[in-house]
Design a protein around this ligand. Structure first.
Ligand code: ADP
Ligand code: MG
Length: 345
């Protein structure tokens, strides 16, 4: 039976024409911050593809470029180079006005700090109703939708409270309701549980998952919290402004549509993949390279079913050189099957 076309879906202007187009697609994304004396390459050719309906996490050390990426995806910032498509729309060339409409209708965001997400003088109900005034929703419909969203997030009892009268966790759940108010295609959350105790963090994560499943919104969560990343099917790690590794937990998140067919893989068993970008670049983690003294140059060899990566004799010394001479000196074997495509299948 075909899914009924809801008024909500019909009204969403950015629903991509192609049903299986990715919700987010970044190609060779670059963001350079220039100050008088300094140039910081926060994103250095980042590739990322997020499918429609995915519920995923983005991790990485402080300064790796996570917030820069979310700033671009949320339409607050523009890339220096590269392409970024969200819900079928290229963001790089949007005018100011288009960007504003994009921010109101296509993406919703939840920031780390609860006070940043809500207007302090408005009640929870008024906060959720407010974004709908920008899209011309009638007063009655605004109120109905706001109440409905507060109920889905489990915070309808906070409807008449201002943010100062709510806990951090309650504020974040109201913030998710605000983010969903105009039925965005994509929900972005930057460390949404970063300032919460573990109980509140759990309820906020549960609320995000409900947002993703019941409101059919693609959800990207930036997090340091292993409790969050352990519960999503796919975690992408950023290192130095590029996507470096992907961890897949086939059984994580029973509500995740993408995770239903391989339940047999075992509870939360994780597979870590390195990401090969469009140019064939691959980041080798220091755990692999440092013991072998690998730096600057490596030798590649074609092996049956995998690729050998060998320390360059010139760049490694002493004991490292001996290791290089033995088969055990192979730095890493890239299984020919673990391409990016495969890890996304
Ligand atoms: P993360 O969120 O992963 O901690 P950010 O995206 O905030 O990382 O920052 C990535 C890099 O860009 C860091 O080196 C940071 O210092 C730099 N950076 C971020 N914002 C600015 C800015 N407005 N001006 C200059 N440098 C910036
Ligand atoms: Mg950040």
């Amino acid at each position: 039976m075909p899914a009924p076309l809801t008024a909500e879906a019909a009204a969403r202007p950015d629903t991509p024409a192609a049903p299986d187009a990715p919700a987010i697609e970044c190609s060779s994304l670059v963001r350079i911050y220039r100050t008088e004396k300094l140039e910081v390459q926060a994103l250095q050719g980042l590739d990322l593809r997020v499918e429609q309906g995915e519920f995923m996490a983005l991790v990485g050390a402080s300064g790796s470029g996570k917030s820069t990426l979310l700033g671009i995806l949320s339409g607050l910032d523009a890339p220096s180079a590269g392409s970024v498509r969200v819900a079928g729309r290229e963001l790089a060339g949007l005018t100011r006005k288009e960007r504003l409409v994009y921010r109101r209708e296509t993406v919703g965001f939840v920031w780390q700090s609860p006070p940043r997400n809500l207007l302090p003088q408005l009640t929870a109900l008024e906060n959720v109703a407010l974004p709908q005034t920008y899209t011309g929703t009638g007063r009655r419909a605004r109120r109905t939708r706001a109440l409905d969203l507060l109920e889905t997030m489990g915070v309808d009892y906070c409807r008449d409270r201002t943010p100062g009268q709510m806990s951090g966790g309650e504020q974040q759940r109201v913030a998710i309701a605000v983010a969903l108010a105009n039925s965005p295609a994509v929900l972005l959350a930057d460390e949404p549980t970063g300032e919460l105790d573990s109980d509140s963090a759990r309820t906020v994560l549960a609320a995000l998952r409900i947002a993703s499943t019941e409101h059919n919104v693609t959800t990207l969560i930036v997090t340091h919290d292993e409790g969050v990343s352990a519960q999503v099917r796919r975690t992408v790690a950023i290192r130095d402004g590029r996507t470096a590794t992907e961890t897949l937990r086939p059984s994580a998140g029973r509500d995740d549509r993408r995770g239903t067919d391989d339940e047999a893989q075992g509870e939360h068993e994780a597979f870590e993949y390195a990401v090969i970008d469009r140019s064939g670049r691959l980041q080798l983690p220091p755990e692999f390279t440092e013991p072998l003294g690998i730096r600057d140059l490596v030798r590649l060899t074609r092996e049956p079913g995998h690729i050998g990566v060998w320390p360059d004799r010139g760049s490694s010394e002493g004991a490292e050189e001996q290791k290089a001479a033995s088969p055990e000196g192979t730095a890493t074997a890239v299984n020919a099957a673990s391409t990016t495509e495969e890890s996304e299948a």
